[in-house]
Design a protein around this ligand. Structure first.
Ligand code: SF4
Length: 69
């Protein structure tokens, strides 16, 4: 997400393609493309959506930590 208080920088896409939205398996849709996946990502259903700061949500068992404010 672009931030007004930080200098502009390029986004680095992850490898692979998005999943077929008509064939979602009930697991994290990034599982086959994510280099941060851990056991919970393979064993649990879709991670729950959590609000990490007012109006900002994420659903990940191993999110990158930074200032969400
Ligand atoms: S839950 Fe997070 S860490 Fe796990 S596979 Fe999905 S995006 Fe990657």
């Amino acid at each position: 997400m672009p931030r007004e208080n930080l200098p502009p920088r390029s986004s680095i896409p992850i490898r692979g393609n998005p999943p077929d939205l008509l064939k979602l398996k009930g697991e994290c849709p990034f599982l086959t493309r994510c280099n941060k996946a851990r056991a919970a990502c393979r064993q649990e259903p879709m991670p729950p959506l959590e609000e990490v700061s007012p109006g900002h949500f994420l659903a990940c068992f191993n999110p990158i930590r930074h200032d969400w404010a």
